[in-house]
Design a protein around this ligand. Structure first.
Ligand code: FAD
Length: 290
């Protein structure tokens, strides 16, 4: 096999070993190629929130997808926090993990109205999701701007790049191999195998998993077209003084709130023509006073 730059272990191998649900046997992975280095993608630079469940609660999922599929979506997504924190503990990943719960805070009484029902639906499945009154949500968030909310104690937050690197290290220790800086430029059949071509080499495999997510581009067309690009903006303050830091998010939560940008803006933001750069996105937010 020709050499490929920056050989390291496979992230996906560890995930398979640790998360495999009972089901049909899965093929062993012998290696993975990544376009950049471990953690370069969304996994290394996301918000670090560990949010169990999906946007819709269990009842809405059952209504929309039927009792069977909706139930399985509830079960799988609800178990996400346990999976993440279990991996962190098992592999001793140092990523500032805090299982303090995920707060969904309501900014108006109207927005608050639907949250207790979602919490009750989760409780009916055995999940520790409870209501927060105005005083408690204001204490945990350190702002008077919310009228209540719910907290899902299965969730929390972590430092995403270190989590991703920790998984890669765990995979490496398990004997997996990862090749960074090796963008796949072509995939195609080679007899009974699949040939994977990069700028520097070519490998064949019995099975190939395409885990390129939003960065898929033209590889394995039309897969990339199933992803809709949206611009995302994150803002950081200057370091806070200790007395201010102690009053804001005193228990280290990474909350979400019920505010939404107007639909028109979301539509605009989802168009790559409308938001070509972070600067443009900031200008949009500025105009809205966000
Ligand atoms: C700004 C932001 C904030 C987010 N916040 C949160 C959050 O708080 N909580 C949460 O749970 N989720 C969050 N997410 C979502 C989460 O980060 C993603 O769902 C998750 O990281 C996707 O993981 P992935 O492995 O599928 O993709 P990625 O981590 O993006 O990995 C895809 C990989 O494919 C590689 N690749 C692409 N093309 C090729 C090619 N041709 N050849 C070889 N390799 C290739 C890339 O190099 C990359 O490493 C956020 C996402 C973003 C963008």
């Amino acid at each position: 096999m020709p050499p490929i730059a920056n050989e390291r272990s496979v992230l996906a191998h560890s995930l398979l070993a640790d998360t495999a649900n009972p089901g049909p046997p899965r093929p062993a992975l012998s290696g993975a190629v990544r376009a950049e280095t471990v953690g370069w993608g969304a996994s290394g630079r996301n918000g670090g929130q560990v949010n169990p469940g999906l946007k819709d609660g269990p009842a809405a999922l059952a209504r929309r997808f039927g009792a069977d599929l909706g139930g399985r979506m509830t079960q799988l997504s609800g178990a996400g926090g346990a999976l993440v924190y279990g991996l962190i503990e098992k592999h001793k990943i140092r990523c500032d993990a805090r299982r303090v719960g995920w707060i969904r805070a309501a900014h108006t009484r109207k927005a608050l109205a639907s949250l207790p029902a979602v919490a009750a639906e989760w409780r009916a499945t055995g999940a520790p999701v409870v209501d927060l009154d105005a005083a408690e949500s204001q204490r945990l968030l350190g702002t008077p701007g919310h009228v209540g909310g719910i907290i899902d104690r299965r969730g929390g937050n972590l430092y995403p790049l270190n989590y991703t690197l920790g998984l890669a290290d765990a995979a490496e220790r398990a004997g997996a191999r990862l090749h960074g800086d090796s963008r796949v430029t072509d995939l195609g059949p080679d007899g009974d195998l699949v040939a994977v071509t990069t700028a520097e080499g070519r490998v064949t495999a019995r099975h190939v998993l395409i885990c390129t997510n939003a960065d898929t581009g033209g590889l394995a067309d039309p897969l990339g077209k199933t992803v809709v690009p949206i611009a995302s903006v994150q803002v950081a303050t200057a370091p806070l003084s200790s007395n201010v830091a102690a009053s804001i998010l005193p228990e280290g939560h990474a909350p979400s709130d019920t505010r939404r940008l107007p639909a028109r803006t979301l539509k605009g933001a989802s168009s790559s023509a409308a938001v070509r750069s972070t600067v443009t996105a900031y200008r949009l937010l500025d105009r809205l006073g966000v």
